[in-house]
Ligand binder design. Structure first.
Ligand SMILES: [Zn+2]
Length: 60
């Protein structure tokens, strides 16, 4: 059995932020993760992902 690797998106809003988001069970791509977390997380131009806290905290 191989080690499972699952996609996550990590917050790029602040260098201090270590927030991560996972997708739904069985998600295989970050696109699915982003879609699953749409409404909470925000994708910015350049591929940056911003967590809900940083979004509210003006790190967008
Ligand atoms: Zn964040």
């Amino acid at each position: 059995m191989t080690a499972a690797s699952y996609p996550v998106i990590r917050c790029d809003g602040s260098v201090h932020c270590v927030a991560e988001a996972q997708g739904p069970p069985g998600a295989r791509t970050v696109t699915e993760v982003r879609r699953h977390n749409a409404g909470d997380w925000h994708a910015r131009p350049g591929g940056r992902d911003i967590c809900p806290d940083c979004w509210k905290g003006d790190y967008r």
